[in-house]
Design a protein around this ligand. Structure first.
Ligand code: SAH
Length: 196
């Protein structure tokens, strides 16, 4: 678990926006993630009508899936193109409005009201703006965060969840000397120290 080669790497917001502009989005999958299907019961834990958070959401199709099951979905994504593509690719009408607490941020909401996507950096959010969540689907999020920001990210996520929440986290395991990331390799020991 030598992650030395990745520790200093930084992907800027501009680089992410450029990935969306150039269609360099190999991380996006049209099929719902098999691990969400497999662990859906763990996420829901018998509950209905949950508030579920998608950090660094891209245009993840699982947002539509959970909304269709009657949950309320909130996502955050820096790319406005990703957010608009999500709604148009699912033929969902939406409206957009500024977020008074965050300069430059916009919130895109499906007309039906059950999907709200914040277009801003996740580091601009707080529970006073978005409330707290009963469930989290973290796929391509912790592993996409710059290694130097992981601690900040994890404490923010902890501040955004309710006491009885479920947090599904997908990571990838590979030799970090062979690929510069993202996705970054986050060793299990680090996940334990980040989330306790
Ligand atoms: N979770 C999604 C996307 C993974 S790729 C999926 O499963 O498909 C990571 C995404 O995070 C990219 O779309 C990128 O534009 C976005 N992103 C990167 N840094 C961010 C930040 N600080 N705040 C919000 N979104 C960010």
């Amino acid at each position: 678990s030598d992650v030395g080669s990745q520790k200093e790497r930084v992907v800027t917001d501009e680089e992410w926006l450029e990935k969306w502009e150039t269609g360099n989005i190999g991380f996006h999958k049209e099929e719902g993630h098999p691990l969400l299907q497999k662990y859906l019961d763990v996420l829901l834990n018998g509950r209905s009508g949950l508030r579920i958070f998608f950090p660094l959401c891209g245009k993840a199709v699982e947002m539509k899936w959970l909304a269709d099951m009657g949950h309320s979905v909130v996502g955050v994504e820096i790319s406005e193109q990703a957010v608009k593509d999500f709604f148009s690719e699912h033929s969902l009408p939406y409206c957009e409005e500024p977020v008074p607490e965050i300069s430059g941020a916009k919130m895109f909401q499906s007309t039906s009201g059950n999907i709200s996507l914040y277009c801003c950096s996740i580091y601009d959010l707080s529970s006073s703006i978005v409330g707290k969540f009963d469930g989290v689907w973290d796929r391509g999020a912790l592993v996409a965060v710059n290694p130097c920001d992981r601690q900040h990210y994890a404490s923010l996520m902890i501040s955004l969840v309710e006491k009885n929440s479920s947090y599904l986290l997908v990571t990838v395991s590979y030799d970090p000397n062979k690929h510069k990331g993202p996705p970054f390799y986050v060793p299990e020991t680090e996940i334990k120290s980040l989330f306790g």
